[in-house]
Write a protein that binds this ligand. Sequence first.
Ligand SMILES: *Cc1c(COP(=O)(O)O)cnc(C)c1O
Length: 429
Amino acid sequence: MTDFRTDAIHAGYTATGHDDAVSVPIYASAAFDLENSLRGRDLAAGVTQGFEYSRVANPTVDALERRIAALEGGIGAVAVSSGMAAVSYALMCAGERGGRIIAPTNLYGASVDALGDFLPQFGIEADFVDDINDLDAIEAAIRPETRAIFAETVANPSTEITDIEPIAELAHRHGIALIVDNTVPTPYLLRPIEFGADIVVHSTTKGITGHGNAIGGVIVDAGRFDWANGRFPQFTQEQQVIADPDGTLRSFADKYGAEAFIRRIRIKYLRTFGAVQSAFNAYLQLIGLETLPQRVSQQVASARTIAEHLTHTPHVIKVNYSGLGSTPQYDLVAKYFPRGVGQILSFLVDGDVSNVRRILDGTKLFAYVPNIGDARSLIVDPVNITHREVPERYKLADGVTPNLIRLSIGLEDVNDLIADLDQAIAAAY
Ligand SMILES: *Cc1c(COP(=O)(O)O)cnc(C)c1O
């Protein structure tokens, strides 16, 4: 077993078979030669491995998928065109045909909107709980139609930590899958599959790409969940698209076993809805991944220093950062995050929205953008930007108020960042 730092550079790709290119080439080709009629038939039937058409698979994207699967400890991955495509496909694949999903309200804004407002239009309903670590509340919400529990491993912008292990145990006792969004910590800080998660999704736009230059997402399958346990009719129904070469109809569970979920994502969701990752974006993400450990290590160290500084900065009345060492979730930090919790933190200031506006407009190094996980440091007011679509009652319960400011710490010198925040806050009052 090689170390994460080694896998971030080598996993999922060898130069052999790629004209000896040591850096993963960009395969800008819509289609791939099927070579002859027999091979073409077998490729289409999935009994021979190879590339046919880049909506379903592409060699550059394939290297990214293999590398992320290795870094997360999964059996396979599908890269898609955005984090929201990854979230939507994973939730729909689990919930299709009348399923229900249990989730907390402190999710990324578009995920709350998907679960609370949009997926119900497709017959998939959500049961929200106030606190995802309240096992009794989760158990009380489980119904015959419940298919999955969905949570972010570290919530944004509160940095609250999900206690994955007992939630996975509870889910599995009921035959329900645990799907987690691991965007904020990245696999360098947390590998949720090791704690029992079944499906891991990412917005690779953030820490994984790390330079704010590509939108992307990925779905990773742990390969352990039994999709034929009776709760998931979509996995046991026979389907033409995966028929054997002799015409025999097959179901995903029967044909692919442990790989049923990730195969269904590729063969049904990517093939039909088509939110495909481009080869060029996959290339940018592969380059970003090479330095993920080094970038995140430095960002975590800076985020901690800045969080501590803000706890004694005038006009700052509260700092949300689970990595501070003094939070109620300190035991969860020790259990899940020995390398730190991440580069996101948020803080509450006194005064009114005019003070908040002056801080946002007053920073010179922090860019005012909705993104996170960039090499540049970023600042945003979640209530107006990233969590705008979250219903008011959830925002209040999750501390997303007009005086909350979120930071994503980049790779600049930490003293320069502190000086920038200090001058912006001092000038805002
Ligand atoms: C940004 C983000 C998403 C959405 O990702 P996109 O790549 O912007 O579509 C989903 N979940 C979390 C936690 C995010 O931060």
